[in-house]
Ligand binder design. Structure first.
Ligand code: UDX
Length: 433
């Protein structure tokens, strides 16, 4: 990034050093602002203070070390301490799914309560956490600080590319009842060069849910079409390319997989349905996308289980919800693996982000090993569930000498199917041509 902000440096508080708060704090610091990052988890705070991140994020640790050294970033335990001197206070805490599918806002509201008497006069409170439409109004009422404007500024970053997505977002969305406050927040991100959408808070909040539910729907569509294509003997990769080159469709989010998941898409699709239900509106398309995702995962499980045979042994390649992250929350790969375990299959997993003997995986009935070769030893099927780049370049001839049967199942279109076939493997799944 070319560094200095076009605007005067501001004092910024960021509450929550998670997947959203940390990149937000770092990128704002790199734009020249003075940033206080509040994190109540002492282990996470200590790691960050020594230049380490718990997440696998390209460029994050470099930026962290740089901004700490430049003295533009400071870590605090309490939100109140971060906010005291700040003109802008970003709230970036988790809003997980509650028992009824609705977003659980309890962490967010307790931060608001903590900030109430500590926000500087005339400060701007910015919500980056993903929240249902109407939440900013609720925050303003709960805060009871007429001098503090509330701005909704949803985040669209993806895990694994959080820094570059924050430095170069597709758009900056700012919603507020106070337009000047919304524009002041957008101005902080002016160095990104992204187009700005200035709107009211409800619209800003709905844009985030609407975007994630759209992406989920697009993925369910391509996954369902991929199921059909494999049954018809059509080429899934060419199908996806042939559709995506139409700019009205667009080529991103057209890569079939074992279903969509992760910490955001499932949670936000469910929360949007709850919002629609409360408003008396039927979003049957989003409901269908969720149902199609479950059906697609079942189909993947049936295919792999059918190949492996009763009590068969499966080498599972990849358990994180996508490549370039070690996050396994709502991972479709792990969901498939768990169902296979429940079917009585014997699973040995390899994922570059998981150490051998991972206790969490062991508790789910999966043993984890340190290489593809170890996973493949004695396997009936080698199944790619997460698209880690190294799975595109496997030594199929070498693996052929280790497995019990030369069967490969590719749920991500990542295998070099020709190389696998040349080594005597039958390749099925989404790259089965
Ligand atoms: C998502 C949104 O993309 C992001 O804008 C929002 O801020 C947070 O939620 P993220 O959860 O990091 O980001 O993951 P994303 O890259 O969107 O992938 C979501 C799921 O879809 C993963 O399971 C991924 O494997 C799957 N996916 C994505 C596909 O199967 N095919 C694709 O072409 C793209």
């Amino acid at each position: 990034m070319d560094g200095a902000s076009r605007t005067a440096p501001a004092s910024v508080a960021v509450v929550g050093a998670g997947y959203v708060g940390t990149p937000t704090a770092l990128v704002l610091a790199s734009f020249g602002h003075r940033v206080w990052l509040a994190e109540r988890d002492s282990a996470r705070r200590a790691a960050l203070a020594s230049g380490r991140s718990m997440a696998l994020e390209e460029g994050l640790e470099e930026l962290l070390v740089e901004q700490l050294a430049a003295g533009r970033l400071e870590l605090t335990e309490r939100a109140a301490d971060a906010a005291r001197l700040a003109s802008f206070c970003f709230v970036c805490v988790a809003t997980p799914t509650g028992p009824d599918g609705r977003a659980d806002l309890s962490d967010l509201f307790s931060v608001v309560d903590e900030l109430r008497s500590h926000l500087a006069p005339g400060a701007i409170l910015v919500t980056k956490s993903t929240v249902p439409p109407g939440t900013a109004e609720e925050i303003a009422a709960r805060l009871g600080r007429p001098d503090v404007a509330v701005v909704s500024n949803p985040e669209f970053l993806r895990e694994g590319s959080a820094i570059s997505d924050t430095q170069r977002p597709d758009r900056t969305v700012v919603g507020s009842a106070d337009e000047a406050a919304a524009r002041a927040v957008a101005e902080l991100f002016a160095p990104t060069g992204a187009p700005v959408v200035v709107t009211d808070t409800r619209t800003a909040e709905l844009i985030k849910y609407g975007a994630n539910a759209f992406l989920a729907t697009k993925l369910s569509y391509i996954n369902s079409l991929a199921d059909l294509a494999t049954r018809l003997g059509a080429d899934v990769a060419a199908l996806s390319r042939g559709l995506g080159l139409d700019p009205r469709i667009g080529s991103s989010f057209l890569r079939p997989g074992p279903g969509w998941g992760g910490p955001c898409l499932p949670k936000d699709a469910a929360a949007l349905l709850a919002v629609a239900e409360d408003a008396g509106v039927s979003l049957s398309l989003v409901e269908a996308a969720i149902a199609a995702n479950a059906a697609h995962q079942d189909a993947v499980v049936r295919d792999i289980a059918g190949l492996a045979g009763p009590q068969g042994r499966v080498a599972v390649l990849g358990v994180s919800f996508k490549a370039h992250t070690r996050d396994r929350r709502d991972s479709p790969s792990l969901a498939v693996a768990r169902q296979l375990v429940a079917e009585g299959l014997h699973l040995v997993a390899y994922d570059p982000s998981v150490p051998a003997g991972d206790p969490e995986l062991a508790a789910l009935g999966l043993s984890s090993v340190a290489s593809v070769a170890e996973a493949a030893r004695g396997a009936d099927v080698i199944a790619a569930l997460t698209e880690w780049p190294e799975f595109a370049d496997l030594d199929w001839a070498g693996l052929g000498g280790l497995v019990a049967r030369r069967l490969a199942y590719d749920a991500r279109g990542i295998f070099d199917a020709r190389a696998a076939r040349d080594a005597g493997f039958r390749v099925l799944g989404l790259a089965a041509r």
